[in-house]
Each structure stands twice: as C-alpha cells, then as structure tokens.
Design a protein around this ligand. Structure first.
Ligand code: NAD
Length: 351
C-alpha cells in the first residue's frame, strides 16, 4: 500500500484529492494548518478511517515535518498547502511569503533529508509533487497560450509567492537531485470550494437573491478545469511524470468571467427560480476592478496530454451543472462556512 504525505488536504483541491486517494486505497498523512481555508467538514466521511491520518500543523514547522516523514515513511509528498486567494494577497502579502515561500522551503529541506536517508530503490521511486498555478506566467493578450517554457511574470503577491516556490522546487532538483514534479494548473471549480472564490461566491449570492459582484467589465478570461480532472492529472503526473519536469494542466475551456456568472444564473433560474420571478442576470453588479487584474490566462496542456495521456473528462457545461447541483445538495456545508461554525474542529487533530 502506498503512503503519501499530503499538505493542505483540508482545502478545496487537496480535500477532493484526499477523498479520492483514500478511496483508492492510498494511506494519506494529511498535514494542514486549518487556516480559514481549511475545513474538516470536507473530510467528515473519513472520520475513523484507518487510511487517513489528519495532523493539524504548519508545513513551515521543520520539526513536525521531520517527525511525520520519519514516522510514516511516505513514498511521495504532495504539496497543496498555500495561501491561495489573490484578493487576500493584495491586502496582506506577508502571509503568502510565509507559507508559500518559507513553508515550501522548510518542507523541501526536510523532504530532501528524508529522501537521502532512503535505500536506493525507495529513493528512485520517491517523488515530491508541487501543486502550482498558471498565474505564475502573468497575463496574455487576445491570443496565445502558456506553455511550460513561457517565462515567469507573476503580477500579484499570490502569484509571485507561488512563482518563488516553483523556483525553489526546481532548484532542489538541480542542486540536490530531489525527484520533484511541478504542475501549473488553471482555475479550478467544483465541490468544497470556499465561497470567497468566484463560482461558489456567485452561487451563494445568486441563491440568496443578492447582488452578484463582477470585477471591471467582466471580460477577463480564465481557463476553467473541473477539480476532479485536476486531481486525476496530479495522480497521473505522480505515477508517470519525469522527475524534474513541470506539466501544465488546463481544461481547454476559456470563458470570460461574465459568461461564468451568466451560466450560473441560467442554471439556478431553471432549478430554483427566484420567488419574485426576476431573472438572476438582473442581479449582476459591476464593481471596481481588482488592482493589477490579469486580463487573460490560457493554458497549453499538450505536454501532459501527449506524454502522459491525460485529458479533461468533464466539459465546462457539465462541470458547472454538477457544481451548482453539489452546492444545492450540500447547503449545510456552505452554511457552516458562512456562519463560521466549520472552524469548530471535529476530527481528533493530534500532531
Ligand atoms: P485552499 O485555500 O482551498 O486550501 C489551502 C489549504 O492549505 C487549506 O486547507 C489551508 O488550511 C492549508 N494551509 C494554508 N497554510 C498552511 C500551512 N502553512 N501549513 C499547512 N497547511 C496550510 O487552496 P486550493 O484552492 O485548494 O489550492 C491548493 C493548491 O493548488 C494551492 O497551492 C494553489 O496555489 C494551487 N492551485 C489552485 C488553483 C485553484 O483554482 N484553486 C489552481 C491552480 C493551482
């Protein structure tokens, strides 16, 4: 049985990844600091499961990381832990440097030491997979796509901190030989996403009949990938990616923000019409643009598709319908986030 140390596994993508990996029979050691973005409700179906060990703690806590590696002897480390919200990075960049840069550095150093202590076959098989973003590449004009060789040009404190962590990961391969893999993925959406991000935020507000805030002219373009497809890509890179390589991950689903919002409005109007009969599009309210807002991201995922045979399986339309349905079916999860009670920890979080 494989054992993986997953960091940030109580967050959106890490949570989806852990739920599926445990189901597939992988033993997961889940290290998460439970910041505002960490939510043990997401993992409640794993309570008492022998294949899941939750540890509340910081990836920057070198002593803790060292102990977890020594005690659990993982075959891989998968680093999801991060401060992840661009708007929060504009208000307070320091936390982003602390976790995304210094935290990743501590995790890399302890992982390198552990990896060096393994016997030769285990050392060859070991992988450190770093989950990153397409935002490190900066902003595109109307044409073109990011490839793995696009120069880094991060524009927000969030993307700058992720870029720094990507560089450290790369350096640990070139300097120490640590077998690393990096994935740079476009915008994710799906179950368990914290309702500060565009799609769950708009679903929550549209359901409540509240104004739907859209930055600037709403014409910023993002590529969208259903979270389950991102998790499948990470698993594929982990099992077959070449050590030292980076892989772009994308949904081939570029949409303007305003189109995303209107899609949600149409889906909800169909299944939950507003009591007063108004179309939800009438709730759209354009608000002052985010400072430094990148105009367009688009990702070329052909390396991952050609080398490793991965492709997205869920179209944008299918994924949006599934996501809206999930939020409708899981209102208690959303309500506990909105009223703050999700922070009352339930799983025994012994470090
Ligand atoms: P998230 O904010 O939902 O979850 C982050 C998790 O990390 C939370 O559970 C939080 O408690 C934990 N965490 C934060 N600081 C920590 C620390 N110091 N030590 C241990 N745990 C800590 O983020 P997400 O959307 O799930 O993103 C996960 C990763 O994927 C991030 O690295 C992000 O940069 C990357 N990514 C996200 C997207 C996206 O669209 N959400 C796209 C591409 C890449």
């Amino acid at each position: 049985m494989s054992t993986w140390l997953v960091t940030g596994g109580a967050g959106f993508i890490g949570g989806n990844f852990v739920l599926e990996a445990v189901q597939r029979g992988v033993r997961i050691i889940n290290l998460d600091l439970l910041t505002y973005a960490g939510n043990l409700d997401t993992l409640s179906s794993l309570e008492g499961h022998p294949g899941h060990v939750f540890v509340k703690g910081d990836i920057g806590d070198a002593g803790l990381v060292e102990r977890l590696l020594r005690e659990h002897r993982p075959d891989a480390v998968i680093n999801f832990a991060a401060e992840s919200h661009v708007d929060r990075s504009i208000d307070g960049p320091a936390a982003f440097v602390q976790t995304n840069v210094l935290g990743t550095l501590a995790l890399l150093e302890k992982t390198r030491d552990y990896w060096k202590s393994l016997d030769a076959p285990a050392r060859d098989a070991f992988r450190f997979l770093h989950v990153s973003t397409d935002e490190v590449y900066g902003s595109l004009g109307d044409t073109g796509k990011f490839t793995e060789t696009t120069p880094y040009a991060p524009n927000s404190p969030y993307s700058a901190s992720k870029a720094a962590s990507d560089h450290l990961v790369r350096a640990f391969h070139h300097t120490y030989g640590l077998p690393v893999l990096t994935t740079n993925c476009s915008n994710n959406y799906g179950p368990y996403q914290f309702p500060e991000k565009l799609i769950p935020l708009v679903i929550a507000k549209a359901l409540a009949g509240e104004p739907l805030p859209v930055y600037g002219d709403g014409l910023n373009v993002r590529d969208w990938l259903y979270v389950g497809d991102h998790c499948a890509a990470i698993r594929r890179v982990l099992e077959a990616g070449r050590a030292g390589e980076t892989y772009n991950v994308g949904g081939d689903a570029e949409r303007q923000n305003i189109v995303v919002v209107k899609t949600i409005c149409a889906l909800l109007d169909r299944s939950r019409p507003l009591a007063d009969g108004r179309a939800r599009e009438s709730l759209i309210t354009y608000v002052k643009d985010r400072p430094g807002h990148d105009r367009r991201y688009a990702i070329d995922a052909s390396k991952l598709q050609d080398e490793l045979g991965w492709a997205p399986t869920v179209t944008f339309e299918q994924g949006m319908a599934r996501t809206v349905e999930w939020y409708l079916d899981n209102q208690p999860w959303v309500q506990r986030v909105l009223d703050g009670s999700y922070r009352l920890e339930r799983i025994g979080a012994a470090a």
